[in-house]
Design a protein around this ligand. Structure first.
Ligand SMILES: [Zn+2]
Length: 184
């Protein structure tokens, strides 16, 4: 076990050094956790979060993430509460096409080296996919390093992120139509 921790720690993707103590896993939960939008005591932040919306059409929207060290951070999410197991072939096809064009729009920025695309699905009743534009040429933020470092590093300035997101959404909307939402 110690050797595994040391190997992890030696990787540039791992943000910490020094003596580390591994936690023990807790017991299994009695049930899966309830997600936002699935219960009155877990209200949906997406349905009421219009200020985060950058683009939308009838069934999909692109929303802004909290600022981070990544030049771009947006979600592609469904307008309705649903998950991938509820997709019909038409919605699945739309997801593929939107993913292709959103990835290309983010990758078109010089400050982005590659686009990381994640679906966790554990927090919200909306199907939502994370699109992170990873900073170009910054080794520590490659791969899984990008899950850890941006939680610790100071975020990029708001005006830089706003300009990046505006550029991405303009490029994306030229390819897929839909409605670009101007900032309030
Ligand atoms: Zn909702």
């Amino acid at each position: 076990m110690r050797a595994k921790v040391q190997r992890l720690q030696a990787m540039p993707l791992f943000p910490f050094e020094g003596e580390l103590t591994m936690k023990s896993l807790g017991p299994l939960l009695e049930a899966e956790l309830v997600r936002d939008g699935e219960s009155p005591d877990r209200p949906c932040h997406s349905c009421g979060g219009d200020e985060r919306v950058l683009w939308r059409n009838d069934r999909w929207k692109v929303t802004r993430m909290s600022p981070s060290a990544n030049p771009v951070g947006v979600f592609l999410e469904t307008v309705e509460h649903c998950d991938v197991e509820h997709f019909d072939d038409e919605l699945a096809a739309e997801y593929g096409v939107l993913t292709r064009h959103l990835e290309a729009a983010i990758r078109s920025l010089d400050s982005v080296g590659r686009v990381h695309i994640h679906r966790w699905g554990d927090g919200s009743a909306h199907f939502h996919v994370w699109f992170q534009g990873r900073p170009a040429r910054q080794l520590e933020l490659y791969g899984w390093g990008n899950v850890l470092w941006p939680q610790i590093l100071p975020p990029l300035p708001t005006d830089v992120l706003d300009a990046n997101h505006a550029s991405v959404i303009a490029t994306f909307a030229r390819a897929v139509c839909g409605e670009v939402i101007e900032p309030a």
